[in-house]
Write a protein that binds this ligand. Structure first.
Ligand SMILES: C[S@@+](CC[C@H](N)C(=O)[O-])C[C@H]1O[C@@H](n2cnc3c(N)ncnc32)[C@H](O)[C@@H]1O
Length: 197
């Protein structure tokens, strides 16, 4: 458990490094280009040695990230609510999914499952709460949703065989939210997959 966001971001990097070392994925989907677009942040996508696709909703964020990392990434301007016609060994979502409504999260979690190969792995980090807090609009780009934790875990149950959760921080994600929320990291194995053969 962390007590500041700097350490949470360091954890993001460690997660990517562990996934790279443990699963050696050949094809990776990273959702959103935010970490790659902000100069002061470690560009998580460049940790992976396989073929990385980044799916980002906003062209300005995508263009900034592209300028920084260039052609070693395959860039897609798109929406996690729309299925890509490709399969991946690993999908990493560092708090992109909580920028769509809880209703749309149903579609997104199912899309993630359908875009994974048989033994694929999903790593997803999401802001949760025990209450239904709903949406907080930070600005035009960043509509932050805080999903009811048991609702989100039911979505995982419906789509994945095995998953486990690590709580990262108890904090309000934004100044205007007074409720304590929990940022949770879930590692999920595809329903069709087996961990050991
Ligand atoms: C504020 S950032 C936070 C996530 C970031 N990975 C982090 O570490 O904090 C949210 C990112 O998700 C992108 N985004 C929001 N909705 C999206 C969607 N439906 N599909 C793809 N990307 C989306 C935003 O453009 C932005 O780059």
């Amino acid at each position: 458990m962390f007590d500041n966001f700097e350490d949470v971001y360091k954890y993001y990097v460690v997660v990517a490094q562990l996934i790279e070392r443990i699963f050696c994925p050949k094809k990776i989907l990273k959702t959103d280009a935010y970490n790659e677009s902000v100069e002061s942040m470690e560009p998580i996508a460049s940790i992976f040695s396989g073929d990385v696709v980044i799916l980002e909703l906003y062209s300005d964020i995508l263009e900034n990230a592209k300028r920084r990392l260039g052609d070693k990434i395959r860039w897609f301007l798109g929406d996690i609510r729309v299925l890509l016609d490709e399969k991946f060994d690993v999908i990493v979502d560092f708090s992109t999914i909580d920028h769509v409504s809880p209703e749309d999260m149903k579609v997104v979690v199912s899309n993630y499952k359908n875009m994974l190969n048989d033994s694929g792995v999903l790593s997803v980090i999401v802001w949760t709460s025990n209450k239904n807090i709903g949406e907080y609009v930070e600005n035009d780009c960043y509509n932050q949703f805080i999903v009811d934790r048991s609702y989100f875990e039911k979505l995982l149950d419906n789509n994945f065989d095995i998953w486990f959760a690590k709580e990262l921080i108890f904090a309000p994600p934004h100044e205007k939210i007074t409720e304590l929320c929990t940022l949770v990291h879930y590692l999920c194995l595809s329903k069709k997959g087996k961990l050991y053969v």
